[in-house]
Ligand binder design. Structure first.
Ligand SMILES: *[C@@H]1O[C@H](CO)[C@@H](O)[C@H](O)[C@H]1NC(C)=O
Length: 226
């Protein structure tokens, strides 16, 4: 009897921890974000953003155009992410999904980064990408794959991952996220390009580098994160 009770409690705990592992489920058919928070007379506050009065919702609230247009990859890393999250597409509010187009110049890279709030599923639309992610500290295990057009790869929520164009031509990928706003932390930018800068002593020890190397890296990332 007591064992059954403990098992039930354990099962509930697991069920609830899974339920809260991604964005909260929507509490109604939709909850279109208000553009302007001051226009809150007819708004109800639900998880994240105010909802627009359903009577005023239009098809345009669920519509976004322009993902056919490539981002400009003429930067240091040779990639460009065009994000379509709740900030660009108000109808995504509370629905727990978003999308991005990633363009790569030949040999361009989307450098190691994490999405704190979302799992990513990426499909290659054009070109060849070498992709991978690293598991957390218990093992720091690396999983990699070379992807061609039509291939998919999953990057579990929170884990550090990257994509490198290993082809001689440009590459395009489309990524979907299990969050209306998955967030992005680019490791090098956050660590060496923070504002204000992290005390070099902290990074010298953490990365086992000479102080002058740390300061050089900080100079590289301080002005322009790309
Ligand atoms: C990405 O492309 C857009 C559109 O061409 C451009 O405005 C933006 O500056 C680019 N971002 C980077 C980091 O190169």
């Amino acid at each position: 009897m007591r064992k059954a009770y403990i098992l039930t409690v354990a099962l509930f705990a697991v069920a609830f921890s899974l339920a809260f592992a991604s964005d909260p489920d929507p509490l109604q058919d939709f909850c279109v974000a208000l553009k302007d928070y001051s226009d809150s007379k007819s708004a109800v506050f639900v998880n994240g953003k105010f909802c627009k009065d359903p009577k005023l919702v239009k098809a345009e609230d669920f519509f976004f155009e322009g993902l056919n247009i490539a981002g400009n990859t003429d930067n240091k890393v040779g990639s460009n992410v065009t994000t379509v999250n709740v900030d660009m597409l108000a109808g995504l509010n509370t629905l727990g999904v978003s999308l991005a187009r990633i363009d790569f110049a030949p040999y361009g890279e989307n450098p190691p980064h994490t999405h704190p709030r979302g799992t990513e599923i990426l499909v290659v639309a054009e070109g060849t990408l070498f992709v991978g992610f690293v598991t957390s500290n218990t093992e720091n295990r690396l999983f990699t794959k070379t992807l061609n057009k039509g291939d998919l790869f999953v990057f579990p929520v929170g884990l550090i991952h990257f994509q490198l164009n290993v082809g001689k031509t440009k590459a395009i990928a489309i990524s979907a996220f299990s969050s209306q706003n998955a967030g992005v932390i680019t490791i090098a930018n956050a660590v060496f390009g923070s504002n204000p800068p992290i005390n070099p002593d902290v990074l010298t020890k953490a990365f086992q580098l000479d102080k002058n190397v740390v300061e050089e890296l900080q100079k590289k990332f301080e002005v322009d994160n790309y």
